[in-house]
Design a protein around this ligand. Structure first.
Ligand code: HEC
Ligand code: HEC
Length: 195
């Protein structure tokens, strides 16, 4: 009897822990976000960023940046009018979803790996790992890049370079302006392969 209740307690504790790790999707996700980003942030297409396993602080910052016009694009319209409570809940929800397995390696991904880990000292590109971390898992202030869609990553690097995306305190601009188109593509393909 005592054993049973201990087990039941352990089971409900486990459920509570699992519940804490996977908050329920705020209603707006199914209504307004899943179409492009997927119900669990797994993304519905190469040009739509995966949100699953991205840091909550980073996700919330992006939504606030879209709302304030610090970052512009298709999302400007989507982010409009989402109350701050929902911004936080959406960010926590997607952050708690599992990361993907990573895309298969490509011919260019070893080039991207070299650049990510060492940079390009001949042209002054810093090693990405110094900020984004060796496994590209990021931190609260720095986005996870591992497993992100290659087409999306490549476009962000181009937009940082061209100053179409400017919500990075110029940190990424200084990096991206030194990348050749081939290097940007190689980095994007390498990062998409990471779990
Ligand atoms: C019609 C498709 C579409 C819908 C619907 C949509 N998004 Fe997006 N989202 C995008 C695209 C495309 C981008 C990339 C933005 C860019 O390139 O400037 C993006 C970017 C984002 C980002 C930034 C990700 C990053 O890695 O920087 C967040 C966060 C986000 N969306 C959240 C949401 C939320 C929350 C909703 C629902 C309220 C939503 N999106 C609805 C297409 C969509
Ligand atoms: C000095 C620190 C620093 C270095 C070095 C750095 N990054 Fe970043 N990166 C950032 C910051 C900060 C952001 C987030 C900007 C924001 O808040 O929107 C970012 C954002 C990004 C994004 C956008 C992610 C998304 O989900 O939209 C990509 C892609 C990226 N970095 C790729 C790279 C690559 C590739 C390299 C190496 C060539 C690199 N970064 C080196 C600081 C850095």
């Amino acid at each position: 009897m005592r054993g049973m209740s201990k087990m039941a307690a352990a089971a409900s504790l486990a459920a509570a822990v699992a519940g804490a790790q996977a908050p329920e999707a705020p209603a707006v996700v199914g209504r307004k976000c899943a179409l492009c980003h997927g119900e669990k942030g797994e993304s519905a297409g190469d040009d739509f960023p995966r949100l699953a396993a991205q840091h909550a602080e980073y996700l919330a910052k992006q939504l606030r940046d879209f709302q304030a016009g610090r970052r512009e694009g298709l999302m400007t319209r989507m982010a409009k009018g989402i109350p701050e409570d929902d911004v936080v809940a959406i960010a926590k929800y997607f952050a708690a979803q599992p990361a993907g397995p990573g895309a298969p390696a490509t011919e260019m991904s070893p080039v991207g790996r070299y650049l990510f880990l060492h940079g390009n000292k001949w042209s002054g590109v810093p090693a990405c790992k110094t900020c984004h971390g060796e496994a590209a898992h990021g931190t609260a202030a720095l986005p996870r890049l591992a497993g992100q869609n290659a087409d999306y990553l490549e476009r962000q690097l181009r937009e940082f370079h061209q100053r179409k995306r400017t919500n990075d305190n110029e940190l990424m601009h200084a990096v991206a302006e030194r990348l050749t188109p081939l290097e940007a593509r190689a980095l994007a393909e390498y990062l998409s392969t990471l779990p």
